[in-house]
Design a protein around this ligand. Structure first.
Ligand SMILES: C[S@@+](CC[C@H](N)C(=O)[O-])C[C@H]1O[C@@H](n2cnc3c(N)ncnc32)[C@H](O)[C@@H]1O
Length: 272
């Protein structure tokens, strides 16, 4: 396990993932019944962008730092949370900030140091559980939740060459156990072929009601660069497609550097 999110925290991929995550949690909270947020690859929860690993890559300078200060309306909720939370929040901190008293957050993280840091961050919080546990094993073991309402954020590090295949399998397995759950999976776009294969695998799996929200900073031709990213959503809440578009447009306006091939799309991969 070489990947450490501290080097990448606040990059444009985080911004896309977290802006849509905030929208998804709020959408599920339109109903009063309690829900589970399961963060399968949680990281450490909070990151210091002013020193340490984040400053070595400087990725947040072309990410979250471009969104702070007078964010456009579609990003105001997300950026407001980041600002209010102080130390830069990863997905667990954002999700925790949004929980209502009837909601729960379960975080899984396999790296021993990161899992320990996360456990410390939420010590004594009765609405949050932290497991040092494999994500795919957790999808199997923790679903369906007793609430029967939930959002499962799946955010692997894509270190292994078979990560897209594992993700397609994990989504199918999670959906088989909890078919009304909302599954949101982040993926990198370096070049097109693996993404196309992933989308095709999902279509062939028989899963229904799938939408992919993607943003590209440039034509995805260089396999060595993170040229774009996407969030794949199974069972998207009402109006996700319509409302993801202005969020992605606002992100691109702030994060794009007008390279050839930049753009965004919200594409339905499978009907309900
Ligand atoms: C992209 S980072 C997570 C970032 C976090 N979701 C956020 O948005 O703030 C991926 C994390 O998954 C962890 N990880 C890798 N393989 C895992 C596995 N099989 N199960 C659980 N966690 C894993 C890594 O240690 C890393 O912290």
């Amino acid at each position: 396990m070489n990947y450490r999110h501290a080097f990448h925290a606040g990059n444009f991929g985080d911004c896309v993932k977290h802006a849509l995550l905030v929208w998804l949690i709020r959408a599920l909270q339109r109903k009063p019944a309690g829900l589970l947020v399961l963060d399968t690859h949680a990281g450490v929860g909070r990151y210091n962008l002013a020193e340490g690993p984040a400053t070595r890559t400087g990725e947040s300078r072309s990410g979250i730092f471009r969104l702070l200060g007078d964010p456009p309306a579609p990003l105001a909720d997300y950026v407001g949370l980041v600002t209010d939370l102080g130390l830069y929040p990863g997905s667990p901190a954002l999700a925790r900030a949004l929980l209502r008293p009837q909601d729960r957050l379960v975080c899984c993280e396999l790296h021993p140091d990161d899992a320990m840091a996360l456990r410390r961050a939420f010590a004594g919080d009765t609405q949050v559980a932290v497991h040092r546990r494999d994500a795919w094993e957790a999808v199997k073991g923790l679903l369906p939740p007793p609430e029967r309402r939930g959002l499962i954020l799946i955010d692997p590090p894509y270190e292994a060459p078979d990560e897209f295949a594992k993700l397609a399998e994990g989504l199918a397995m999670g959906h088989a156990r909890f078919n009304s759950g909302v599954f949101a999976a982040w993926y990198p776009i370096k070049h097109r072929a693996p993404v196309r294969a992933f989308h095709n695998a999902l279509r062939d799996s028989g899963l229904r009601d799938i939408v992919a929200a993607e943003l590209w900073l440039r034509e995805p031709l260089d396999a060595a660069r993170l040229n774009g990213c996407g969030l794949l959503v199974v069972n998207p809440p009402f109006r996700f497609e319509a409302e993801a578009e202005p969020i992605l447009a606002a992100l691109l306006e702030r994060l794009g550097t007008r390279e050839a091939g930049e753009g965004f799309a919200v594409e339905r991969l499978a009907d309900e």
